[in-house]
Design a protein around this ligand. Sequence first.
Ligand SMILES: [Zn+2]
Length: 146
Amino acid sequence: MKISQHIISSLPLAGVYYLITKNLPAAFLVVISTIAVDIDHVLDYVITQKRIDSIKNMTKAFETFDIVHKNYLLLHSWEALVLFAVCLFFFPNPYLIAIFTGYMVHLLCDQVFNSHFLGKYNTKSLFYFFLYRLHMNFDVLPMRKG
Ligand SMILES: [Zn+2]
């Protein structure tokens, strides 16, 4: 999903979060964490291209895959989310729960939208598992049209 779509998805989520918790800073963290997960794309761009470009060019590189042919995407991993959940179990904190909520919704939106509706990757449902991407040597394999 594009960053603008993540912003739009985070606003009603933050509203509901605020209604439930009455914690405005935590609701704000839901918005920030929903958006911030895409820092992965910037990191992957810098790792693969060994340079920094404009945010626009770096995010666009992941729409076409003409430039970037590897997807490490450490945060875009269900395994990382499970580790986060385990940490929350042992160290519950309202602000960490807010970050977890935004992170989880980001991953869910990407999983459903990119893998199923957009058909962006030929990796189907497993793309958002780090171990699967590791098994695929982090290669980007866009869907072929036609
Ligand atoms: Zn994402």
